[in-house]
Write a protein that binds this ligand. Structure first.
Ligand code: NAI
Ligand code: MG
Length: 356
């Protein structure tokens, strides 16, 4: 019997609405497989907590989370609390303190009707973006000089350490090798003459250990174009924090939008818990209406199962998502359907029970 301890941080806006449906899926797995059980602890952290307590999470929050196998997070951020506080003091803090240096975002088309790209089908759009998640352009290093004066100067420094760059690139090579896929590095050495020249060098160096992996290297502007006109070029992609952030939004756009995009923040060594979350935010424009699409949050559960080495569950969740996407009455309005968030979740559980 395997027990996985899961910390739930539903967060703000539609976060709790979509996480509730993901938890239903986890409970269904537990019901269908007597070898697996989950225990859940919910943490009330987020913007409401901030308004009441002046902080986004408990002072010893990181200490409290340490003992869990995974964190399942909805979204944080809400009008009334500056985004710099809500994101930095919760999400980014967890990613940092738990050394979740890998961000894995699948760009997989699960139904041909979901892509705005003409003539592209499931076989053309099926790849994984591995984004550096701990340093790079998001390191928060820089300076703000002569504020408000005519000579004002702002510096935002990208931080690329040997350790940080090597480990993400090595992770990507391993992923490509074990799944027998090609690996594409996305950088920008022609303009960023320190960081990206270094990145390209490390990509080549580490590559010597993986002669069996076929590699490509693209500048980020060209890669953005190929994401749209030739997504079939990609199988595994590795890139820096900022480039990965932008490219994966293009990835979301070509596969059905924010309601479907998911991302795992991994500490591959399992020294600390990893965090699973839909890519979207708290969507204040639709929160409280019961129409948020929970599929991204459910896909996060699939990634969690893969990470727990319960890949058969990861796969059956994905195939159930494919099935539900064919049922107009079972999907939410963002996908042109008529279902509520809860209705989708309930139908999902029925289908999962049939398919498992
Ligand atoms: P957002 O992702 O919340 O919403 C963007 C658009 O997509 C909205 O029109 C929204 O209705 C729609 N949308 C998003 N998720 C959806 C879903 N599951 N189903 C149907 N429609 C969906 O991004 P926005 O508006 O820029 O940010 C809102 C708040 O969320 C901000 O406070 C921001 O800081 C925070 N945020 C938090 C993130 C996180 O917790 N990881 C990530 C992105 C934003
Ligand atoms: Mg983003």
């Amino acid at each position: 019997m395997k027990n996985f301890k899961i910390a739930l941080i539903p967060g703000d806006g539609i976060g709790p609405e979509v996480i509730a449906e993901g938890v239903k899926v986890l409970k269904t797995i537990e019901r269908l497989n007597s070898e697996i059980s989950f225990s859940f602890t919910e943490f009330p952290w987020g913007c409401q907590y901030y308004l009441e307590n002046g902080k986004m999470m408990a002072d010893d929050g990181i200490e409290q989370l340490k003992e869990y196998d995974a964190i399942y997070l909805g979204a944080v951020g809400y009008p009334g609390v500056p985004d710099t506080i809500s994101l930095r003091d919760l999400l980014i803090r967890i990613r940092r303190e738990f050394d979740q240096y890998v961000n894995c975002r699948p760009v997989t088309l699960l139904n041909p009707s979901l892509t705005p790209l003409k003539d592209k089908t499931e076989k053309d759009i099926d790849f994984l973006v591995i984004r550096e998640n701990s340093e790079g352009e998001y390191a928060g290093a820089g300076d703000w000089l002569f504020k408000g004066k005519p000579e004002e100067v702002v510096l935002q420094t990208g931080v690329f350490s040997r350790k940080g760059t090597e480990r993400i690139i090595r992770y990507a090579y391993e992923e490509a090798k074990k799944s027998n896929r090609t690996l594409t590095s996305v950088s920008k050495a022609n303009a960023l003459n320190y960081s990206m020249v270094f990145w390209d060098e490390v990509f080549e160096e580490v590559g010597k250990e993986y002669p069996e992996v076929k590699t490509y290297s693209h500048l980020v502007d060209a890669a953005s174009l190929y994401f749209v006109v030739a997504p079939e070029r990609f199988e595994v992609v590795v890139t820096s924090n900022l480039f990965g952030d932008i490219l994966t939004d293009i990835g979301a756009a070509i596969t059905g939008g924010m309601g479907l995009a998911t991302g795992a923040n991994l500490n591959p060594e399992k020294k600390f818990p990893s965090m699973f979350e839909p890519v979207h935010g708290s969507a204040p424009d639709i929160s409280g209406q019961g129409i948020a699409n929970p599929i991204a949050a459910i896909w996060s559960v699939s990634q969690m199962m893969d990470f727990f080495e319960e890949e058969q569950w990861g796969e059956v969740i994905l195939s159930t998502i494919k099935t539900i996407l064919t049922e107009k009455n079972s999907i939410t309005p963002d996908l042109g359907g008529t279902s509520s968030t809860e209705g989708l979740g309930n139908r999902f559980v029925e289908l999962l029970t049939l398919q498992a």
